[in-house]
Design a protein around this ligand. Structure first.
Ligand code: CTP
Ligand code: MG
Length: 228
């Protein structure tokens, strides 16, 4: 079984012109989270979707199954205070076998493609752990204090991470349980949590259009791409 966790429980504090949480911002008549949900719904390899939303939006989001014909949407749950917690709570809801594949996706990336989802599932089924990435086209600068340059790593070794990240259920479940045991609660990246276990994570190629809507400028860009 292949299960998608769609994360929509963040506040969207960098969306300064909007009062509603980022995932619920209106994009051409539909909430932002609708776009990735419908791609997972329409993807033949996906069996089930679990959606994490803020507490105040549980009622609203629970209606999306009927409103948007999302019959794979098995659970709508209240997320946590951090992204890590939202993922863990979603994992707690899933009744999965160890070998089932879990894809974890940010609803803030509305234009995820079927091609990305397919390659995540294909490679995760073989290897157990997958990160979606783009080769860095700009040079990456590392700065500890945000003022001065500490390091300029070799660009050919730098990649920008997107989502989904996908894992065998037993791998991602163990990663989150270990983190909890070690009192780690705010690692926003699942790949980083899985790397703590010493598990190898294989990279698959993302797409430029699978960008994350983080600020108002990103939202304008999205509306342009969608022709809205
Ligand atoms: N997320 C979540 N639960 C949280 C925090 C984040 O489900 N407690 C989700 C967001 O809904 C988003 C994804 O994680 O889809 C990526 O996070 P980010 O882009 O940082 O979104 P926000 O946390 O909502 O935005 P900001 O950091 O600007 O407040
Ligand atoms: Mg955030």
């Amino acid at each position: 079984m292949n299960i998608a966790i769609v994360l929509a429980s963040g506040k969207g504090t960098r969306m300064t012109n909007h009062r509603v949480p980022k995932a619920f911002i209106d994009v051409g008549g539909k909430p932002l989270l609708y776009y990735s949900l419908s791609t997972f719904q329409n993807c033949s390899l996906i069996d089930q979707i679990v959606l994490a939303v803020p507490k105040e939006y549980l009622k609203t989001a629970s209606k999306y199954r009927d409103i948007y014909g999302l019959n794979k949407l098995a659970h709508v749950i209240v997320g946590g205070a951090t992204r890590q917690e939202s993922v863990r709570l979603a994992l707690d809801y899933i009744k999965a076998f160890p070998e089932d594949i879990v894809l974890i996706h940010d609803s803030a990336r509305p234009l995820v493609s079927e091609r990305i989802i397919f390659s995540n599932i294909q490679i995760a089924s073989k290897t157990g752990a997958v990160a979606t990435v783009m080769p860095a086209s700009d040079t990456i600068i590392v700065s500890k204090n945000g003022d001065v340059v500490d390091d300029v790593p070799d660009r050919s070794k730098c990649f920008i991470e997107q989502t989904p990240a996908s894992f065998r259920f037993d791998v991602i479940h163990r990663a989150h349980q270990e983190a909890l045991k070690d009192h780690i609660n705010d690692i926003s990246d699942d790949v980083k949590l899985v790397k703590r276990l010493g598990v190898e994570v294989v990279m698959v190629l993302g797409e430029r259009k699978n960008f994350k809507v983080t600020n108002e400028e990103d939202l304008e860009y999205l509306l342009t791409l969608l022709g809205k």
